[in-house]
Design a binder for this molecule. Structure first.
Ligand SMILES: [Zn+2]
Length: 437
């Protein structure tokens, strides 16, 4: 909001400067040797403040207006927002008349999408709520992975118009769509590539308000994975399906942490950093910052929640068919997750730490069936519900539309599996990673 207001003021200033220059040219003989700069005062002088910790709106205004004016201003403000509920770092712009330094207006960015604009007239202060205008656009991008997936997205030259934070949000979207098919922290190979169409709502300052992947393709070791958005109920809570209409969801997430916050590696035997001896280490260690939320990888019941020897603070969840997942070295548990709690896939159960035997903050994750350990990447799991039979016609139409968006983007790198370009004959099922258990 601040930027648009400031730029409008600047634009006004420049426009009046140009007018003055032109009229000067008309009425006077032009001095070719030296054109003097014409200084034009701005329509108003602005000061941008951020609300400090514990600072009230009234305290911020102190000195800018007298007590009566302040009471009138706060009353006008209350028509749209509660001055006592403003958050720290709320942006407050004070607008002054340049000739006498009198406060003529105040803008309070009460949320990312709304600004309360306060103006002073002869009767006192009045207010209006300004909605930040939003426009919708679609981003198309493709890229090839050289080292990390994160790096290839953040450094993607097609995405440089996005802020760094928005590029990271894009990675979160891709991670959430592919979290059952791909562990971007462990399965990436150089030459892997991707392309996607991402629809977003954008504010005037270019930042993203919300976004959604319409269609995405990730090619891992030559095998393409697809995720196409489909919303059968039209309530904005759709989900993702592959080109055959099969759900991308599986009974287990491949990893219990968001990709952006981890790095890790699976090994069958290695030197333990703390015990300094080789011992079977069949779990997966994900290095992540202390406090990173840890998610249950599947629906189940909490069967352990507490300290567990060298594992430190540990949660164990029992799932159908003899499966158990274990989450160790937590800094703390989520308070409402206790013994016997039923949890759902993606529910946060605790937070990364280094309790027990750990040299640094990380999550130790294990997936066991009847006491035997498995690498989650090698387990073939049943899929979620496919596109309902009743919705097949609409799905085919939307699939064509969205997959066409992807096909517009040239693909990089080799693809092992043949993908039919004819919509009536969708691509053959992509092989799942690893074998059955
Ligand atoms: Zn470990």
């Amino acid at each position: 909001m601040k930027q648009s207001i400031t730029s409008r003021i600047q634009a006004g200033g420049i426009a009046s400067a140009v007018i003055v220059l032109l009229s000067a040219c008309v009425s006077e003989t032009p001095d070719v040797g030296s054109l003097e700069a014409v200084w034009v005062p701005a329509a108003e002088r602005t000061e941008v403040h951020a609300l400090g910790r514990g600072q009230t709106f009234g305290a911020l205004l102190y000195g800018a207006i007298d007590a009566n004016q302040q009471a009138s201003l706060l009353l006008a403000f209350q028509e749209h927002a509660d001055p006592r509920r403003l958050r720290e770092r709320t942006e407050v712009t004070l607008r002054y008349l340049p000739e006498n330094n009198e406060l003529r207006g105040v803008d309070v960015a009460v949320s990312k999408d709304r600004t309360v604009r306060l103006d002073r007239d002869i009767l006192g202060w009045n207010s209006q709520l300004i909605q930040t205008p939003i426009f919708v656009d679609t981003i198309y991008a493709m890229g090839e992975v050289t080292e990390t997936f994160w790096g290839s997205v953040v450094n993607n030259e097609k995405l440089t118009s996005l802020t760094f934070e928005d590029r990271n949000l894009l990675i979160d979207h891709l991670d959430r769509v592919f979290q059952w098919q791909m562990d971007f922290s462990r399965q990436i190979r150089p030459g892997d590539n991707y392309r996607f169409a991402f629809e977003r709502e954008v504010r005037p300052d270019g930042s993203m308000r919300e976004g959604r992947l319409l269609a995405a393709e990730f090619v891992n070791s030559g095998t393409p994975y697809h995720a196409v958005y489909f919303d059968p109920n039209g309530d904005g809570r759709g989900s993702y399906f592959d080109l055959d209409g099969e759900s991308v969801r599986r009974a287990f997430l491949l990893k219990p942490l968001s990709y952006r916050r981890i790095s890790g590696r699976f090994s069958s035997g290695r030197r333990h950093p703390v015990l300094n001896t080789i011992r079977a280490h069949r779990g997966i260690d994900y290095a992540a910052d202390r406090g990173t939320p840890v998610m249950a990888t599947s629906d189940g019941v909490v069967v352990h929640r507490g300290s567990k020897g060298s594992f430190g603070n540990t949660v164990e969840i029992r799932h159908p068919n003899g499966w158990v997942t274990r989450y160790a070295h937590l800094s703390r548990f989520r308070s409402d997750v206790t013994l016997g709690t039923r949890v759902h896939q993606s529910d946060v159960i605790g937070y990364v730490g280094m309790s027990g035997l750990a040299t640094g903050p990380h999550l130790h994750y294990e997936m066991l069936q009847n006491g035997r350990q498995f690498d989650p990447l090698s387990v073939d799991l049943p899929a979620g519900d496919p596109v309902p039979a009743d919705d097949m016609v609409r799905w085919r139409g939307e699939l064509t539309e969205r997959y066409d968006l992807l096909k517009m983007i040239p693909r990089r790198g080799p693809v092992r599996t043949f993908v039919a370009e004819d919509e009536d004959a969708p691509a053959p099922e992509a092989p799942q990673p690893g074998g059955g258990v």
